[in-house]
Ligand binder design. Structure first.
Ligand SMILES: [Fe+2]
Length: 241
């Protein structure tokens, strides 16, 4: 399939010390998803990998030139698949688990050593980052990451923004109906239902991210937002009320 974010498996600079690496299409419950991981260079040249894609030898070389791959992150329990590959390549890296990912990855037959839980990280563990859980979802908690120096908000599935020309017509209709099609991407309707009754929990996180005034939103699936983010946040989370 050609409509991935070419080139894939290579670092693309987004802002100082923040890169994305786009990956191939994966299928989740039959739906084609473009994939993307985020690479952050922290103090001491330590590299944090958010939601890994598959690791190629050329990508490994690029990462090794960038710094010391030290942290591997599963931001929510459905994003863990390639952590296994990274852990083999970087056995010293500290691997952080999202809530429930240990059980889910085990059930999927993956052998991953989970070193720490994201929910237990102290606020000052990563001086460059603020970790914001999207609380209130009855199925899974997604941990989002705000990179303080670049004002980049890194999310996984809480915001999806599929570009029409990247997906087939059938999926385009589904993404449109589901509220995940650019330029009106956001939290999909099925995810919204999982927050029913818990909007006050989610609102705390939304208020916090609004107060941080991000310059861009980097998501795992779809077009990065980098214009007028205050308005985008109001639009995207209008459903929370
Ligand atoms: Fe996803």
């Amino acid at each position: 399939m050609d409509n991935v974010y070419q080139p894939i498996h290579t670092l693309k600079l987004i802002s100082e010390n923040v890169w994305i690496v786009d990956g191939p299409i994966i299928h989740f419950y039959g739906m084609p998803f473009t994939t993307r991981m985020v690479v952050i260079r922290l103090v001491n040249n330590d590299i944090l990998i958010h939601s890994p894609i598959n690791l190629t030898s050329s990508l490994k070389k690029e990462l090794d030139e960038l710094g010391n791959v030290k942290y591997l992150i599963s931001p929510n329990k459905i994003h863990y698949w390639y952590i296994q590959d990274f852990q083999k390549a970087y056995p010293e890296a500290i691997t952080f688990a999202s809530d429930g990912v240990q059980k889910r990855s085990q059930q999927a037959g993956q052998s991953i050593r989970w070193d720490r839980e994201l929910k237990d990280i102290d606020r000052d563990y990563f001086p460059d980052l603020e970790i914001l859980p999207m609380s209130g979802n009855r199925f899974m908690t997604e941990y989002t990451f705000f990179h303080i120096p670049s004002k980049s908000w890194i999310v996984t599935d809480i915001i999806e923004n599929f570009e029409p020309n990247k997906i087939n017509p059938f999926f385009r209709i589904l993404a449109y109906l589901g509220g995940a099609l650019h330029p009106n991407g956001g939290t999909t309707r099925d995810q919204r239902t999982l927050f029913w009754g818990n909007h006050q929990l989610l609102n705390k996180s939304i208020d916090r991210i609004k107060s941080l005034s991000p310059d861009r939103i980097i998501m795992a699936h779809g077009k990065i937002l980098d214009q007028d983010i205050a308005s985008e946040l109001n639009r995207i989370f209008a459903w929370v009320g």
